[in-house]
Unconditional design. Sequence first.
Length: 308
Amino acid sequence: MIARARRRSAVVIRSSSLAPLSALVLFLVPGVASAVEEAGVGVVLDYKQPRTARISIRRNGQKDAIGAKVGAVVEAGDQIDVPAAASIELLLSDDAVHPFAGPGTFVVPPTRPIGLGGRLLRGFEATFHGPNFSASADAVTRGDDCGPYDRPEPIRVPILRAGAKIKAGARDLRLAWSGGCPPFEVSVHRGEEELGSRTGLASRQARLGGLKLIAGEHTVRIADGRHHTFGFPLLVVERGPAVPAELRGDTRLGVMARALWLADQENGAWRVDSLETLRPLIRDHNPLAGNLEKVLLWKGPDRISRTE
């Protein structure tokens, strides 16, 4: 079970010296002195700020402050300047949410470094907030009707990349697509047998529930209102990739890091299971999991988390 503890641990800074905290982090993690990214202890889960004043994160040894972003990785000793009427929530490696409300300057407490998970989360932040990637301007259309003379684009399902795989079992399948004209019909087939379907869909997304999937080749078919049908192969297998031991924890950060790792295995073949990994956090309205959900369903970039 994923813990939901919330902890009020805001600490107002009384001294400008953070060297002892930084030294503590470097001591706890071998090799961190040559790789600062190893020192991440959590992420920005959510924040609110007025238009006239911004939350900033100041890091020892860095000249410029960091703006608050959902998913930004924080390190022990970071100073967070929170203006009046603003607030920020951090999800740290202790699996507690640490809320800070302004006005004030707060310090990120030293908790256990998140290692590989931190690198994955930092890589996702860089991709999601990068110059060539916009969360608000999706390149796909989610539900507009087609005019009588429109020539719709072919249907594309970002989460079903070439070689898409999914683990066997009784499960749901959530999909989103671009192209085509409503209404849509979505179905899953094993050979000629139909395992489940949804019909009369006005929007370009659907969840097929209660599918009983056994190992073998399957096909997802999407037909649109103009009688165009597109098929997408989906291979059902007994076992998924072997998850690194570092990512097997059930903390919220651990679950998100595991989903990020899974999303990029075998050139994105496991993105359906990556989304399934996130379902408990999505149901819990976790903002960072919600961002990753959008990427998996609608975007489909070559890599979700750039850790190189």
